[in-house]
Ligand binder design. Structure first.
Ligand SMILES: [Zn+2]
Length: 571
C-alpha cells in the first residue's frame, strides 16, 4: 500500500442498500417507509421521474434483462414517478443464495426479506425493487444518480425531506466522458479492460468485459439494446460518436468431461486414502486473496480473484475430505494426527480486501468452517491493485516506471501473458524508498479507481467470527529491510489491529509470502507464535512454526481442484 501516517477514517459503506417503490406500488409508500425506518437507518428519499417513452429501455439497463417498450414489467410497475430510498442496514446478514438458476450470490437476507414483504403488500409482483449486495447497490446508484457509494460515507439519518429528480439514468443521452462510461461498465459488469489505448484517430474504444451483452445494454448506444450481441456499438461520449467494441474476457474454467472428472476424482481419493492410512505428518495451509463473481485471469492479472462458485465448491470439497482447523492449530494438528484420521488443512486470506467480509466470511459461516484473515488494518489501496487498474485502463506508460523494463510495461498494456506479473515482481523487489515513490506514482494514475477496501467495522465483524493475524501496515518485502525497519514493520500497527478486531494478534503472514532466516528470527523476537510464508508446499511435522509454507489454490473447482489438493498435501 501507499502508506505514511495514519489511515483515513472511513465508515463502512458495504451495508448500504436502496429500495425503489415503482409508481404503481406507491399507494403503500407510507407503510413501506415506516417499516424501512423501523428495520433500517433511512439515509435519503428521492422522487424520480423518467420520461415515459424511454421507460422500458431504462428498466432494461437497470435490471439487465431485455424488456420491450410497453413490456409487462413496465405496465405492472407503472412508468410514473417512483421513490428511491437509500438505507443502511445496521445488522446485515449475508448468506449464500441462488436466486437465479445457475447463479450463486451472497445476499443480505434482511434486505431480501423486506423486499419480499413489500412486494406482498403491493400485490405480490415486482412493484418494489431492492439491492441485495454492495455491487448491485453501486450499479443502481450510479445509473440512477451518477453517484458512487462513498457519497453516503458520512450521511446522517433522513431528515424527512424528499428531493425530486427529473433526469434519465446516467448514459441515457450519452456519456459525459469516457471515464464515466467505463465507470458505469465497471460497476455493472465488473472487471473492465481497455485492450488498447482509447481515443485513437478513428475514435474507437476496445473493451473486454465478463458480460458483453449487459455492457452493450448499459452503454446504451446503437444498436445497443436493440441488438446487444453486436460486436460494435456507436455510443455518444462528450457529444461525439465513439465506436465501442466489446469482447469477452477470456473464460478461465475449461469444462471437464464426465469421464475425465471421475478419473481425476478417483485418483484424488486414492492419494488421500494412502496419505491418511500412512503415519506421515502432513497438513496444508491454503492462501486466498480476493474473491469475485467470476475468476480472474492469472496470465494477465497480478492477483486474480477466485470466482465465487469455484470458491464455494472448493470449501465444500475440503470440508468433505479434510479436517479444517484455524491456522493457529494447524501445526499441532499436523503433528498430532493419528493414522487413519483426516489430514488437517487451514484456510487463510490476505490483504484487507472488501470481498473478505462481503463474500468469504458469509460463505465460511454458512458452511461452518473456521478461517484466518491476515490483515494490515488499513483501508489504503495496495500498489499492485493500482498497477492492475492503471494497466487495464491504459493509463500507464513506460516512462511512468523508469526503472522497469519498458518491454514488460508495453507487454502488460498489450495484454501479453505474464507481462503484468513481471512488472509487479520488479516493483516488489525495489528498495523501500523507491517502492514508495513507485507506489505513489501508481496511486496518482489510479486516483479514479473505485475501491471499497476493508472498513473498520468490517475488521471488527471479521474478528467476531474468525481468527485474525497481522500482515504489516506497508506490506514491504521484509528481506529487503534493515534490522530496525524489519523490527518496526513486524510490530507497528499490530496493537491497533488487535484493538480494531477485538482479537489478540499472535499470528503473522509474511508480505509477498517471502522470508529468510533473519526475518524468521525477527518474527520470533516480535512475539509471534506462528508465521506463514508462501512456497506452495505442505506443512510437515518437522516444520518450523515461524516459517510455515502456504499453497495458493488454482482457480478451478471440482475434480481438478481435489486432485491438486491431494497431490500437494501428500508432499
Ligand atoms: Zn499480502
Amino acid at each position: 500500500m501507499v502508506g505514511n501516517g495514519t489511515p483515513p477514517v472511513r465508515e463502512s459503506i458495504t451495508d448500504l442498500h436502496l429500495f425503489i417503490i415503482w409508481s404503481r406500488g406507491r399507494e403503500k409508500e407510507r407503510e413501506i417507509l415506516e417499516d424501512l425506518e423501523r428495520e433500517f437507518e433511512v439515509l435519503e428519499v428521492s422522487d424520480v421521474t423518467w420520461t415515459a417513452a424511454d421507460f422500458s429501455r431504462n428498466l432494461t439497463r437497470f435490471y439487465g434483462e431485455a424488456l420491450p417498450s410497453g413490456s409487462e414489467k413496465e405496465r405492472h410497475c407503472g412508468n410514473g414517478p417512483f421513490l428511491v430510498v437509500v438505507v443502511r442496514d445496521p445488522s446485515p446478514e449475508y448468506r449464500l443464495r441462488s436466486l437465479r438458476p445457475g447463479k450463486t450470490q451472497v445476499v443480505d437476507l434482511r434486505t431480501l426479506d423486506a423486499k419480499e414483504r413489500y412486494r406482498g403488500w403491493t400485490g405480490g409482483g415486482h412493484r418494489v425493487h431492492a439491492t441485495l449486495e454492495p455491487r448491485e447497490f453501486a450499479h443502481d446508484l450510479f445509473l440512477l444518480f451518477g453517484r458512487l457509494p462513498s457519497h453516503y460515507a458520512h450521511t446522517d439519518r433522513w431528515d424527512g425531506g424528499i428531493e425530486s429528480f427529473n433526469s434519465e439514468p446516467v448514459g441515457a443521452h450519452g456519456w459525459r466522458d469516457l471515464e464515466q462510461l467505463l465507470t458505469g461498465l465497471e460497476l455493472t459488469v465488473g472487471h473492465v479492460v481497455l485492450t488498447e489505448p482509447a481515443g485513437s484517430a478513428d475514435g474507437r474504444v476496445s473493451v473486454a468485459v465478463e458480460d458483453p451483452w449487459w455492457a452493450a445494454v448499459v452503454a446504451d448506444g446503437q444498436p445497443g439494446v436493440e441488438d446487444p450481441w453486436a460486436a460494435e456499438h456507436l455510443v455518444r461520449v462528450n457529444g461525439r460518436s465513439v465506436r465501442l467494441e466489446l469482447e469477452q474476457l477470456s473464460p478461465m474454467t475449461e469444462p471437464n468431461s464426465t469421464g475425465r472428472t471421475w478419473t481425476l476424482r478417483l485418483r484424488a481419493l486414492a492419494i488421500d486414502l494412502v496419505s491418511r492410512l500412512g503415519s506421515g505428518k502432513t497438513g496444508l495451509a491454503l492462501v486466498y486473496h480476493g474473491l469475485a463473481q467470476s475468476p480472474g485471469d492469472p496470465s494477465r492479472e497480478v492477483l486474480p480473484p477466485h470466482g465465487l462458485a469455484e470458491f464455494v465448491q472448493q470449501v465444500r470439497a475440503l470440508k468433505r475430505r479434510y479436517r479444517i482447523v484455524p491456522a493457529s492449530e494447524l501445526l499441532h494438528a499436523t503433528r498430532a494426527r493419528r493414522r487413519g484420521a483426516r489430514l488437517p488443512v487451514a484456510l487463510t486470506f490476505d490483504d484487507d480486501l472488501a470481498s473478505h467480509v462481503q463474500v468469504a466470511a458469509p460463505v465460511l459461516r454458512e458452511l461452518g468452517v473456521p478461517a484466518t484473515f491476515f490483515l494490515s488494518g488499513t483501508a489504503n489501496p495496495w500498489w499492485w491493485d493500482d498497477l492492475q487498474w492503471a494497466v487495464d485502463r491504459q493509463r500507464l506508460t513506460p516512462s511512468d516506471l523508469s526503472d522497469i523494463d519498458a518491454n514488460d510495461v508495453t507487454g502488460a498494456l498489450q495484454r501479453q501473458e505474464g507481462a503484468v506479473r513481471r512488472v509487479a515482481t520488479t516493483i516488489e523487489r525495489a528498495a523501500p524508498n523507491r517502492l514508495r515513490e513507485i507506489a505513489s506514482r501508481l496511486r496518482e494514475l489510479s486516483a479514479d479507481r473505485f475501491d471499497f477496501g476493508l472498513q473498520r467495522t468490517d475488521v471488527r465483524a471479521l474478528g467476531e467470527a474468525f481468527e485474525i493475524g497481522f500482515h504489516t501496515v506497508e506490506h514491504p518485502l521484509l528481506t529487503q529491510l534493515d534490522d530496525d525497519a524489519l523490527a518496526d514493520a513486524l510490530t507497528s500497527g499490530r496493537n491497533r489491529l488487535a484493538e480494531e478486531s477485538g482479537r489478540p494478534i499472535r499470528l503473522f503472514a509474511y508480505p509477498h509470502g517471502k522470508a529468510d532466516a533473519r526475518v524468521v528470527a525477527a518474527a520470533r523476537t516480535a512475539g509471534y507464535t506462528a508465521a506463514f510464508a508462501g512456497g506452495g508446499r505442505p506443512i510437515l511435522g518437522r516444520s518450523e512454526a515461524l516459517d510455515l509454507p502456504r499453497w495458493e489454490p488454482p482457480r478451478t473447482a471440482g475434480a481438478a481442484f481435489e486432485l491438486a489438493v491431494a497431490r500437494t498435501i501428500r508432499g
